[in-house]
Design a protein around this ligand. Structure first.
Ligand SMILES: Cc1cc2nc3c(=O)[nH]c(=O)nc-3n(C[C@H](O)[C@H](O)[C@H](O)COP(=O)(O)O)c2cc1C
Ligand SMILES: O=C(O)C(=O)c1ccccc1
Length: 354
């Protein structure tokens, strides 16, 4: 079975060095990048026996839609840097695995072409620009293409300081451009973010979004129970526990370590998703046990795309989904709603009581 680790090694062989550093790297000393993976590594599961579990069901329901498996593709900029088909290839690969794709504001292919490549309605990840007319245009284009959900990224007043990219003087490869934004100079993501992103956003941005679109809005980048509460108050349809794959705040917590506190605060009022460091089906089950309704997978999808294109994306996601089913049957977990915190050994109790 082609695992995330195997695709990482395969991508390392074929990818340009600077592009590799852009993908793998994170902010500062990359503490948060490592913390995400280490938190999953530290998990041990407590199997229960003779449960009569039989063939487990990995099905779930998110915002009224049925998912075959609780796995989606995290929003990542510029898939055209890894495969000529870019997000169109990713979307068709993810579709074969039954996984929705969250499409970045900085997608390299047009929203309509991406939507046409999948039977599962894509979601739009949104960066809110200082120029709200551009932001609005991005939303309208995605809506017209049939996108169903907005994911507002809130951990990025500007991009984090990525030391590998600074050392490399990173510039996007020629021809890699955002296909759904007005023309501009995007060659240095970090410099562009400093001029275009709005660092002054507050919770009223959700009111503005609801005034221009009827799509549900998830808030991506929540790491504190208080913010999950505020997100719900502000009208969010869900939260995504994320530290942006360790690319923003170097001293952010591992997402798995704050999941239980956030799930406890949300208390079933909206879906809770998680990303950061999910590499194995057993990671998906651990996240589900600690309160995630679904997870997003980031870097491994780009590795698979770079190594084997659309087929690689499908094979990677199917492998993780099959591992999830294996882990469920071996722990005696018949369905995702049967995955409870007691399944996970460790001190992963809520640390903040609101
Ligand atoms: C190359 C790259 C580009 C990314 N671009 C975006 C983006 O455009 N919007 C966004 O919200 N998050 C972006 N992210 C963060 C991912 O959505 C996600 O939070 C993170 O990669 C998950 O962690 P993982 O890579 O360990 O699975 C990006 C991540 C990477 C690696
Ligand atoms: O690198 C990132 O994490 C990211 O979010 C991004 C945003 C805009 C352009 C390129 C990358």
């Amino acid at each position: 079975m082609p695992t995330a680790l195997a695709y990482q090694a395969a991508a390392h062989e074929v990818m340009d060095r600077h592009l590799w550093d852009f993908v793998e790297g994170g902010a500062g000393d990359e503490r948060a990048v490592l913390a995400n993976v280490h938190a999953f590594d530290a998990v041990r599961l407590r199997p229960r026996v003779l449960t009569g579990c039989g063939e487990p069901s990995t099905k779930t329901r998110i915002l009224g839609r049925h998912w075959r498996t609780p796995i989606a593709v995290a929003p990542m900029a510029y898939h055209t840097a890894f495969d000529d088909g870019g997000e169109v290839s990713t979307a068709s690969g993810a579709d074969r695995a039954g996984c929705p794709l969250v499409v970045s504001t900085f997608a390299g292919r047009r929203f309509a072409d991406i939507a046409a490549a999948t039977t599962i309605a894509p979601w739009l990840q949104l960066y809110c620009f200082k120029d709200r007319s551009v932001t609005r245009h991005v939303i309208e284009t995605a809506e017209a293409a049939g996108f169903e959900v907005l994911v507002l990224t809130v951990d990025t007043p500007r991009l984090g300081r990525r030391l590998r990219d600074e050392r490399n003087g990173f510039r996007l490869p020629d021809g890699v451009l955002p296909a759904n934004l007005p023309p501009g100079d995007f060659s240095s993501p970090s410099e562009h973010s400093r001029t275009a992103f709005d660092p002054g956003l507050d919770w009223t941005v959700l009111d503005w979004l609801r005034s221009i679109t009827a799509l549900p809005v998830l808030v991506k980048g929540v790491l504190a129970a208080e913010d999950a509460e505020l997100a719900i108050k502000a009208g969010a349809a869900g939260v995504i526990v994320s530290n942006h794959g360790g690319r923003q705040l170097d001293r952010a917590p591992a997402t798995l370590d704050v999941l239980a506190e956030i799930a406890a605060a949300v208390d079933g009022r909206c879906p809770v998703l998680l990303d950061g460091g999910v590499r194995r089906g057993s990671d998906v089950l651990a996240a589900a046990a600690l309160g995630a309704d679904a997870v997003l997978i980031g870097r491994p999808v780009l590795h698979a795309l770079a190594a084997e294109g659309s087929e690689g994306v499908a094979r990677l996601l199917v492998a993780v989904a099959e591992e999830l089913a294996d882990t469920m049957v071996l722990t005696g977990t018949a369905s995702l709603s049967d995955a409870r915190p007691e399944l996970v050994i460790g001190r992963r109790q809520p640390t903040v009581e609101l």
